[in-house]
Write a protein of this length. Structure first.
Ligand code: SF4
Length: 363
């Protein structure tokens, strides 16, 4: 089946709501036509700068304004990152994703350090991905030149529901960042979260926004919200495994060539539930006992699960070839010292304000 870029919300909703067995069968068929069904990529997510973020994302324990008890850390050193990447490689990961709790990337010393981290990880023959907030075209090109394989920037939800979760930046800035990444040769990783109180229409709306991008993102993480005490979404009900499988299957059908990532929320899923997600087309997981700040299954547990399901970890650079890293001294790009005006809609989201005004927990 050819990859389509003109999916409508109704078509996607019709797929999402198919009888379960039919949906699963169709997704598994599309999956087999485009991927090896017994191969799953193992990635490691490394928080290189934790907490203290200026944004108000309602799901995020790293937002400085909520009282979640997450301890903030300055940017890790290149050596620390190298040690963590080596550990991840030994444990079987083929991709390391570095996350920094920033609104956007700022030109300067910290960004130069991140570029060096990218070179270091790429030279360990691991796919290197970054999630650093909004970036400009020049910053994307500098990351590409350093050897970045993928840039993650999630749409989070539909454009309509995004406004119910975040007020400090607009949905169009997410799309602009993806556009900037596309101007470099870095692949795009962009997905979202279910279980934030959104409707099925919103889930379909997010998949419309992602699948109508041309080219479609090479990687789409589907997260189940992990409600964290102190965040505005702390009281959300756990998303059901059936919704998760439906979302993954639908993502697989509308984005056949994409790597679909079964991301946050796995600790609340049984092995049987995760197996259904793999059958429905998920072909990547994050390993390690933490996903940035939220819990995640232990690597050994995952390896046991792989063994019992007969799954093999994907080798690095199977989908796209590795790029060479150019040293800082040989770079053809400059630090432009840009100060882009990313939006700040500032509309009122009651539950975000309520969470912000709550007293800090007594220690
Ligand atoms: S999701 Fe990212 S941008 Fe939003 S508050 Fe958390 S760290 Fe900041």
């Amino acid at each position: 089946m050819e990859t389509r870029h003109n999916w409508t919300k109704q078509e996607i909703l019709d797929i999402y709501n198919k009888p379960f067995m039919e949906l699963l069968y169709e997704a598994a068929t599309v999956h087999r036509q485009n991927h090896d069904p017994n191969t799953v990529q193992v990635s490691t997510l490394l928080s290189i700068k934790t907490g203290g973020c200026s944004e108000d994302c309602g799901y995020c324990p790293q937002a400085a304004r909520y009282h979640t008890g997450v301890e903030g850390n300055d940017l890790m050193s290149v050596n620390q990152v190298k040690a963590e990447a080596l550990r991840a490689k030994e444990a079987g990961s083929s991709r390391v994703c570095m996350g920094a709790a920033w609104r956007n990337v700022r030109d300067g010393e910290e960004f130069e350090n991140v570029l060096e981290m990218v070179r270091t990880i790429n030279r360990l023959d691991l796919e290197v991905c970054c999630t650093l907030g909004m970036i400009t075209e020049n910053q994307a090109k500098r990351l590409a030149e350093a050897g970045l394989y993928a840039y993650n920037h999630n749409l989070d939800s539909s454009e309509e529901y995004y406004k119910e979760v975040i007020s400090t930046r607009g949905f169009e800035d997410r799309l602009k960042t993806i556009e900037n990444v596309r101007k470099s040769n870095v692949t795009v990783c962009s997905g979202g979260i279910i279980g934030m109180g959104e409707s099925e229409e919103d889930r379909a709306g997010m998949l419309v926004a992602l699948s109508t991008l041309n080219p479609q993102p090479e990687s789409v993480p589907i997260n189940a919200l992990v409600p964290v005490e102190g965040t505005p979404l702390a009281d959300q009900e756990q998303v059901s495994i059936w919704d998760m499988v439906r979302m993954i299957a639908t993502t697989r059908i509308v984005m056949p060539e994409t790597q679909v990532r079964l991301s946050a929320g796995r600790t609340n899923m049984s092995r049987e539930g995760q197996a259904m997600c793999f059958f429905a087309g998920a072909n990547s997981i994050f390993a390690g006992d933490k996903l940035l700040t939220t819990p995640n299954p232990d690597v050994n547990e995952d390896m046991e699960m792989f063994k019992s399901l007969g799954l093999n970890p994907q080798k690095p650079f199977e989908k796209k070839p590795q790029r060479e890293s150019v040293d800082a001294t040989d770079s053809k790009y400059q630090n432009l010292g840009e100060k882009p005006k990313w939006s700040r809609p500032g509309h009122v989201i009651e539950r975000n304000l309520t969470a912000q005004q709550k007293r800090k927990p007594q220690v």
